[in-house]
Each structure stands twice: as C-alpha cells, then as structure tokens.
Design a binder for this molecule. Structure first.
Ligand code: NAD
Length: 481
C-alpha cells in the first residue's frame, strides 16, 4: 500500500495549483514517521499574490445573489461526501488519527458546515428602521479578504468551518493550514473550485509562523480567524490590531468536567473518555480537569480504568483501531514531559504513562491538586487529571480558577443544579450530561484566554460580515443656515 500523498503542487492560488517558492516542508505519517509528501512553503511574494487575487475577485463574488453562492457550497458538500473515504484516508495520513474517527468526524463535519451555511446564508437580511417621514435600513455586508490560519488537530474541519461562513457572506479567504498537516486544505481548495467557486476566492498558502505572520499583516486582509494556542493567539491578535482587523480566536483550554455523585456513572465515564482520549486527546475543548465529588470518585476511577483497558491502540488505518499515534515526535515529547512532571509533583498515576515511540496511552492522574502543572497547563494529549471535591460551591470556584474559558461539562441527574452550575461556569461552550459534541447548529468558542468570537451557527455570520446603516431622506432637507 502506497503512502505517497504528494499533491499536484504545494499551494493553491487564484484558482490553480502553484508550487511554493519557499523552504521545503516535509509531511510525515505520524504512525510510521515516513515522509508521505514534500511541500514547499509560500514566499512572501506568493502570500501577497494570493491576497491580491482575493481582493480582485471578492467584489464580484459578493455581488452575486446569496443563493448563487449557496449553490457552490452545497455542491462542495456533496463532493466531499462522495469522496469521504479517500479524503478521510488522507486525513489519517496527515494527522495519524484513526480512520474510524476521520470517516465520521473530520470531513463529514466540514460538509455539514458547508451545507448549513449554504442554507442559512440566503436567509440573512437587514433591518428596516422607521423614523417618521424618513427611514433607515441596514445591510449585512462582506468584510472583504479574510485570513484563515489552522491548527493540526482537525485540519480539514477547521478549513471548512472557517471557509463556509466566510464564503457564504461574500468574503474571499486565504487559508494557511498548520505546517504539520498541510494536505486537507489543498483538497478543499480543489473541491471548491470544482464546485464552481471563482478563482481567487479560496486560496491556500503553506508555511510556518512567518508565513502566517505575513498573511495577517497583508494590507488586503480585513479579518483574521485563527485556531491555535494562546501564545500564538496573543501574537496574531496584536498583529491584527495594527490594521484594526476583525478577529476570531479559537484557542486552547483546560476545561473542567464536573461529576456530581448523583450522576449516571456509565455516562459520566463515557463522556470523560470522549473528553480526554478521542483524537489521542488532541482536542482544544477537552475536559482535562475532571472534578469528582467524593462518593463517586472511586467507582468512577474503577470503571474508567476498566473501560480504558479495552481500548485498541495501533495502526490508524486499521478500522478497529481506537487510539492512534501523537501527531509528531515533538508533541509526544511534550506530553511525556507533562506526565513526568505530574508524577514528580506527587499525583498518582492510575493508568497509562509515557508509552513508546509515537504512542502515548490513555493516562489518568488521581490525587492531583489545583496548583500542579498537570492541572493548570494545556497538555494537548491523552492525559486526564482527576480532582476531588466536596460541594457545588467549591466545584464552581475551582473549575473557574483558570485563565482559560473554552468549555465545561456537568454531570448530574439534578437538572436544576445542572443549569445553576452551568450558568456560573466561565466557559464559552458547555455541556450538561454530554461532552465534546459540537454540532454546526450550536455556537462554538471560548471566553477569557480561550478566545474571541464564535464558529458555527448563526453567530458565525456576524463574525464574517459587518453592518452598514443607510439613512434614507424622504423630503426637503432643512439646514439651519
Ligand atoms: P499553534 O498556535 O502552534 O499554531 C496554530 C497556527 O498558527 C499554525 O498554522 C501556525 O503555523 C500558525 N502561527 C504560529 N505563529 C504564528 C504567527 N506569529 N502569526 C501567524 N500565524 C502563526 O497551535 P497548534 O500547535 O497547531 O495547535 C494546538 C493548539 O490549538 C492548542 O492550544 C489547541 O487548544 C488549539 N486549538 C483550538 C481550537 C479551538 O477551536 N478553540 C481547535 C483546535 C486547536
């Protein structure tokens, strides 16, 4: 079986594949370490060319009737579904995530975003404001050229989640995927072109931080949407502010999952598994601080370890595999460091540990305290920290004692308590008796250091458009002199 995933060219600019002029960017299959493609980064001139092409093409795209733009997005969603197997295989090669995940979670959720915004876009209208004799109205207009910058954990989903609302509102987008996982975005560019998207409206440039920084600073760029870590978010937000650009920041987290002692044990354990080990734990919204009320603590840990023992770890292309490798040796090393620090700080390793090579097994810590690094810092790997608590007030206070505010979850059979607690949790996305479900109909995003803006749902429309107010005079103009 060939693992060659070399694309036609490294970039996609102004409607066609273009070879990069910058440094080499090798792409490795995380499972074997094998090089599956060798790309070239974009030069500064190529980033500028992509932005120029976007600025040139955008006005005509924005002038189309929304249903015409919607048709392109709908066709793209259909093409993705037709090719889901092939695209999912590529996603697995790019990220190392098990094929049983990528077949249902990655491109599929991208297709859902495209079809959702194709449906929603044409319903967006303005307001008519009566003013007596005169009146005013509002128009929701495109921002212009948007820059999209992605992380490596859900590369194709991220590209679709940003492109769909941007394009339906009449914007153009220049997208830079993560340097770790550059392949899916190129496929999306090809699919959108095949679906009828005009040249220049969705381009892809490749590269590391400098290429991202050049994109953010391009004078044509009106908005930047980043998915990445908090330190990168700070830099990108500051750079965007120079040009008064709009931003959406989807950043990291260290989210709490609070399990009260009346919770349905099996469901709470299942949710904690989804909240920590899906995609080898490389998910921003993961509930990595699991607060366990005293009486449920031991039964929870017993059942959790029992279920984790059954997990099938291995070849990501094997449909039975449930846990794949970590995306890169560097990331695996960071996760191992975090695990070692947890042990050194005195937390008890209930299961898992360092693992070998590209694999880190599901790892659970107990007897952790709030000041330990494993409780405070985002690890972005399959590492769960469990913490004991006594009462509701304490759980809320400790859950909120973090700079992050991306997500949170509550498990209890007492629904009044569930809503009461969720109302006080400082997080942009919360779940009650569920975790990590992110349907396109629901806004997704963070508060505090975890970000600004929302993806998905009608909320995303506001982040990819701006209001114009139009006052209409209906009679004589009265001037004082
Ligand atoms: P990262 O911050 O290292 O990189 C993200 C992207 O930003 C990459 O494409 C990178 O090349 C680019 N970049 C880096 N420096 C830049 C600069 N100065 N200017 C412009 N672009 C720059 O993040 P990562 O390691 O790829 O992803 C993991 C992080 O992403 C985690 O913190 C995770 O929580 C977060 N994440 C958040 C969400 C969300 O929706 N909230 C989703 C997925 C991942």
């Amino acid at each position: 079986m060939s693992l060659n995933a070399q694309p036609a060219a490294s970039l996609f600019i102004d409607g066609r594949p273009v070879e990069g002029e910058g440094a080499l960017l090798p792409v490795h299959y995380p499972y074997t370490g094998e090089e599956i493609a060798s790309l070239r980064q974009a030069s500064a001139a190529q980033v500028a060319a992509a932005c120029r092409a976007a600025a040139r093409a955008q006005p005509a795209w924005a002038a189309l009737a929304p249903v015409e733009r919607a048709r392109v997005l709908s066709r793209a969603a259909a093409l993705i579904r037709e090719r889901n197997e092939e695209l999912s295989r590529l996603e697995t090669l790019d990220t190392g995530k098990p094929i049983q995940e990528t077949l249902v979670a990655d491109w599929e959720s991208g297709a859902q975003a495209l079809e959702f915004f194709a449906g929603l876009g044409p319903t967006v209208t303005g307001q008519m404001i009566p003013l007596g004799r005169d009146w005013a109205y509002t128009r929701r207009e495109a921002l212009g050229v948007c820059a999209g910058i992605g992380a490596w954990n859900y590369p194709s989903q991220i590209a679709c989640w940003k492109a769909a609302p941007a394009l339906i509102m009449g914007n153009a987008m220049v997208f830079k995927p993560s340097e770790e996982t550059p392949l899916g975005a190129l496929k999306l560019a090809g699919i959108l072109a095949e679906a009828g998207l005009p040249a220049g409206i969705f381009s892809v440039v490749q590269g590391r931080a400098e290429v991202g920084a050049a994109l953010v600073a391009d004078p044509h760029v009106a908005k930047v949407s980043l998915t990445g870590s908090v330190p990168t978010g700070r830099r990108v937000y500051a750079a965007a502010a120079e040009g008064m650009r709009h931003v959406t920041m989807e950043l990291g987290g260290k989210s709490p999952l609070i399990v009260f002692e009346d919770a349905e044990l099996e469901d709470a354990v299942g949710a904690a598994i989804l909240a920590n080990f899906y995609s080898s734990g490389q998910i921003c919204s993961n509930g990595t601080r699991v607060f366990l009320q005293d009486r449920i603590r031991q039964p929870f840990l017993d059942r959790l370890t029992e279920r984790l023992r059954q997990i099938r770890i291995g070849d990501p292309l094997d449909p039975d595999t449930q846990l794949g490798p970590i995306v890169s040796p560097a990331q695996a090393a960071q996760i191992r460091q975090a695990i070692a620090a947890g042990q050194a700080a005195g937390a008890r390793l209930v299961c898992g540990g360092a693992g070998e090579g590209a694999f880190v097994p599901p790892t659970v810590f107990a007897d952790a305290t709030d000041d330990m690094a494993i409780t405070r810092d985002e690890i972005f790997g399959p590492v769960m920290t469990t913490l004991a608590f006594e009462d509701e007030e304490e759980a809320i206070r400790r859950a909120n004692a973090t700079g992050f505010g991306l997500a949170a979850g509550v498990f209890t059979r007492d629904l009044a308590r569930a809503h009461r607690v969720v109302a006080r949790l400082e997080a942009g996305t919360c779940w009650i008796n569920a975790y990590n479900l992110t349907p396109v109909e629901m806004p997704f995003g963070g508060t505090k250091l975890s970000g600004i803006g929302r993806e998905n749902s009608a909320a995303a429309i506001e982040h990819y458009s701006q209001l114009k107010s139009v006052y209409v005079g209906m009679g004589a103009v009265e001037a004082p002199y």
